[in-house]
Design a protein around this ligand. Structure first.
Ligand SMILES: CC(C)(COP(=O)(O)OP(=O)(O)OC[C@H]1O[C@@H](n2cnc3c(N)ncnc32)[C@H](O)[C@@H]1OP(=O)(O)O)[C@@H](O)C(=O)NCCC(=O)NCCS
Length: 429
């Protein structure tokens, strides 16, 4: 088996989906194309002839709603939109919330066994403003015989986990509060600046009244096209052109009192605990990595950053999908012949605080080593982008002096419809 390394990583900022999204005027293919272009630039692969010679495949992810702008094999069409060489192939995969990690695993696996060449791009995108989660869903009439159909709605599963495993509202709000505080601190120091691509784009005027999208005054690396902005202007919407360089959804002003006062959103009975404050956000973003075998590393002349040690997925009852990481992590550790005490950092996507608290308690994870710069609640959870977003941010952590002692990082997430995924990353020294 060949060894495969991550040699580059980049992502767009993460916009908070909805009427105020900083990416309301940028389609999913364009977010993807921006990541492709940036990865090619970082790897010295701007020349099309070189791309054709060196890059074997692009494995991209979008999930739940692979239609409209996310359809027609977005992995391939976005490559063409990015003015990439035709000779480089491209596909699109879906494992719901793990899709961005799954695309990396598929690329790594084919490269390890010799079927995937020496260099591949992998990652994912989700535009939850343009294509809301659940849009176009068409459930088979018999599915309800085999699963609780409530579990199609992820918020419902968060309530079930809280109830079945006695996770209180206070525990959830505390977890959400800490997530925002960690992310706010990281954002203040621009911890993920090295992997985040500043994009010039027209954003809703009201959206920047609340947050400065470019607190470090960065130059734009790319300028978004203006088709959607023109259409909005014709409808009388007020947009302003800015450089977006940070994640939009982090709320440094979060307080425990504010969270405690928020109404529940998915269930309304007296036991309900899940609010907009202790749920992951809905988001628009793309993220990707460049993977290379030893031969590929030589061709690119780059230094490997990290490698995938092992990967595992598990399946479980859909209504408690949130506990997936508590099952996937022991499986991946066993598969790698490792134990929990060997892991230095834990990056476990926060779909909801209820499931995050469950996983933290079930595995007794050290809080100071869990989601150290925030996660889905505070950074965002653009479904199929998330797995790749986490991988990108791990490369930034490994380069950060605060984590110079870190060798192994676990990345994991729960997955809608009842499964979980986990991967172990190792620093390449
Ligand atoms: C929960 C959910 C429905 C909330 O949607 P929303 O109403 O658009 O959420 P918002 O983030 O806009 O928050 C709504 C309001 O709550 C308040 N709020 C949210 N987080 C807050 C915080 N940390 N502190 C204080 N107020 C907060 C704000 O008033 C906010 O409105 P504002 O942005 O205009 O100030 C949505 O985020 C969701 O569906 N999340 C789960 C997504 C999911 O299932 N993913 C898959 C997981 S497997």
């Amino acid at each position: 088996m060949k060894e495969v390394f991550v040699v580059e990583a980049a992502r767009t900022p993460i916009a908070r989906a909805g009427k105020q999204s900083w990416f309301i005027n940028v389609r999913a293919e364009e977010l993807t194309a921006i990541v492709y272009k940036e990865l090619r630039k970082r790897c010295g692969l701007e020349d099309k002839k070189k791309q054709a010679e060196i890059i074997d495949d692009v494995v991209w992810a979008t999930c739940a709603n692979a239609f409209m702008e996310q359809g027609l094999n977005i992995g391939r069409l976005a490559w063409i939109l990015s003015d990439g060489a035709y000779e480089v192939a491209g596909c699109t995969v879906d494992r719901f919330c793990a899709s961005g990690l799954q695309s990396i695993q598929y690329a790594v696996s084919t490269m390890m066994c010799g079927w995937g060449g020496d260099v591949q791009f992998a990652g994912g995108v989700q535009h939850m403003t343009h294509i809301p989660m659940g849009a176009g869903a068409d459930i088979h009439p018999d599915l309800g015989k085999y699963m609780d159909l409530g579990a199609i709605n992820m918020g419902y599963t968060a309530e079930i986990v809280a109830r079945r495993f006695n996770i209180t509202r206070e525990e959830q709000d505390q977890f959400a509060y800490e997530s925002h505080m960690k992310a706010a601190k990281a954002q203040e120091k621009d911890k993920v600046g090295s992997v985040t691509i500043p994009v010039k784009v027209k954003v809703p005027a009201a959206s920047i009244a609340k947050r400065n999208p470019n607190p470090f005054n960065k130059e734009a690396a790319y300028v978004a096209s203006d088709h959607l902005a023109k259409a909005r202007a014709e409808k009388g919407e007020e947009d302003v052109e800015v450089v977006v360089a940070i994640d939009q959804g982090t709320r440094p002003d979060t307080t425990l009192e504010g969270l405690a006062a928020m109404p529940t959103v998915f269930m309304q009975d007296e036991k309900a605990t899940v609010t907009a404050g202790n749920s992951s956000q809905i988001n628009d973003a793309a993220a990707g990595v460049v993977l290379a075998t030893e031969e590929g590393v030589k061709k690119l002349g780059l230094k490997p950053k990290m490698k995938l040690v092992s990967y595992a997925v598990i399946g479980l009852e859909p209504e408690i999908m949130g506990i997936g990481p508590a099952l996937a992590i022991p499986k991946v550790l066993k598969r790698a012949g490792m134990t929990q005490d060997q892991i230095d950092l834990w990056e476990i996507n926060e779909a909801f605080a209820s499931q995050s608290v469950y996983v933290q308690k079930a595995l007794n994870l050290p809080k100071d080593r869990l989601n150290v710069w925030g996660s889905g609640i505070s950074i965002g959870h653009p479904l199929a982008c998330t797995g790749a977003r986490i991988a990108c941010d791990i490369t930034a952590m490994l380069a950060d002096p605060d984590f110079s002692d870190v060798e192994y990082v676990v990345e994991s997430m729960c997955i809608g419809h009842g499964h979980g995924a986990a991967a172990i990353w190792q620093r390449v020294k």
